[in-house]
Design a binder for this molecule. Structure first.
Ligand SMILES: NC(=O)c1ccc[n+]([C@@H]2O[C@H](COP(=O)([O-])OP(=O)(O)OC[C@H]3O[C@@H](n4cnc5c(N)ncnc54)[C@H](O)[C@@H]3O)[C@@H](O)[C@H]2O)c1
Length: 387
């Protein structure tokens, strides 16, 4: 077996930086036969203690509080950007200028214009790019895609995508970078609606027109003291600051192939903890998937027998794409970080093969065009075309 050693540097050792590092580390094990052998060379975080802990816990050879050292490191071929959104453009610019391949977490840019700039930088530098649209890689989602592509559901007529999360439901949740325009850009439009649009692009195709609305339910939040993280909570008497972007976005959507759909996304809703889900209806069948039960797929293929006609629940197992890489038994499920491992494997495989696969920065740009149309619709109150 030919082996391919790739030096990896990770920037931003918060939630995602740690998850990505574990994902790279697991490739040699879960995708052993690929010969891909990532080396964790150096990690960076502006908080020195976080960088050092990540080095020790995750097995990097070095750590730093200066992210430029990751990009300049001669053994780093692959730069993984897992910092807050406002740093993505600067970091990707430095990485592409140095000729390094880049993984950047969604939403890539803070705005559609920034995403377009990031896509241009990677294209002109001729490097491989990849984006953290991890929900694509769930085995049952990949199987749903196979069913749709093979025409098993007939002609697709309807699509409903949603991402409801409770991470912003508690009014005491810290006013972290996610709630501030300068640091995050848009709110859920970039943060989690991006996953909804990406999934719809992958499963159904291009979006032609949208009419969209937005809302912010919690307009003030406690200020974090020091290095706040995604899940930090303040106290009722803490000083507060204004939330500067939207908690909620919805859209009615028309796809170029005639499919009619709707998208909905919220970070401040009670009930769904992480409901990233979709429903697809075709002329000969239908299916439903929800990340909260990611190892299940509900499939409807009509039968002659009225008594048994209805949705069937399929349970994940090694018969579905990638599942057997993680667990050999039916019904023994995969988890979120397994999706990150499948994602990281595809990124490194595209580098080894010299062939860009999706979701690249081109996918992010396609998504940015939909975001632009949604934002135009917020202002006009009308249906808007996607460029
Ligand atoms: N794909 C997904 O499912 C998913 C989930 C969560 C977050 N994300 C994305 O990942 C990115 C990071 O989010 P997170 O939740 O990990 O955030 P986080 O706040 O947990 O971590 C960000 C880290 O970056 C560090 N950092 C800040 N400025 C830095 C600098 N100048 N140099 C080096 N490090 C710096 C912070 O100290 C922190 O440790 C965001 O773009 C977010 O949208 C994606």
């Amino acid at each position: 077996m030919q082996t391919h050693t790739l030096g990896v540097g990770v920037i931003g050792m918060g939630w995602m930086g740690q998850a990505h590092s574990r994902a790279y580390r697991n490739i040699a094990d879960r995708f052993y036969d690929s010969g891909i052998r990532p080396q964790l060379v150096i990690c960076a975080d502006e908080a020195p203690a976080r960088a050092q802990q990540a080095q020790e816990a995750l097995g990097f050879a070095q750590s730093t509080s200066n992210w430029r050292e990751v990009i300049e490191h001669p053994d780093v071929q692959v730069v993984n950007v897992a910092s807050p959104n406002y740093l993505h453009l600067e970091m990707v610019r430095a990485a592409t200028t140095a000729g390094k391949h880049v993984f950047c977490e969604k939403p890539v840019g803070r705005s559609p214009a920034e995403t377009a700039e990031i896509e241009r930088l990677a294209r002109e530098a001729g490097v491989m790019s990849f984006v953290g649209f991890n929900y694509r890689w769930a085995p049952m989602v990949q199987y749903a895609k196979q069913l749709i592509d093979e025409g098993r559901l007939g002609r697709i007529t309807h699509y409903r995508g949603r991402f409801f999360a409770m991470y912003g439901s508690n009014p005491l949740g810290h006013l972290t970078w996610r709630f501030k325009q300068e640091y995050a850009g848009s709110g859920v439009l970039g943060d989690i609606m991006s996953h909804v649009v990406d999934m719809a692009h992958m499963l159904i195709g291009d979006i032609e027109r949208v009419v969209s609305s937005r809302h912010t339910f919690i307009t003030e939040r406690p200020l974090p003291s020091g290095q706040g993280t995604h899940f930090g909570l303040g106290r009722p008497d803490d000083p507060t600051g204004p939330v500067e972007n939207e908690d909620y976005v919805s859209a009615l959507v028309q796809f170029a192939n005639g499919v009619q759909g709707s998208f909905e996304s919220c970070r401040a809703i009670f009930g769904p903890k992480c409901e990233m889900s979709f429903e697809v209806n075709g002329t000969q069948g239908a299916l439903k998937w929800n990340f909260e039960r990611l190892n299940e797929l509900e499939l409807y293929l009509p039968t002659e027998d009225a008594a048994s006609d209805g949705y069937t629940k399929l349970i994940g197992g090694p018969g579905y794409p990638f599942h057997g890489r993680f667990n050999p038994g039916d019904g023994i499920g995969v988890g979120y970080e397994d999706l990150k491992c499948i994602e990281a494997y595809h990124f490194l495989k595209s580098i080894v093969d010299g062939q860009q696969i999706e979701p690249s920065f081109a996918s992010a740009r396609r998504l940015a065009n939909v975001q632009t149309a949604m934002m135009r619709s917020w202002e006009s109150g009308s249906r808007e075309s996607v460029d």
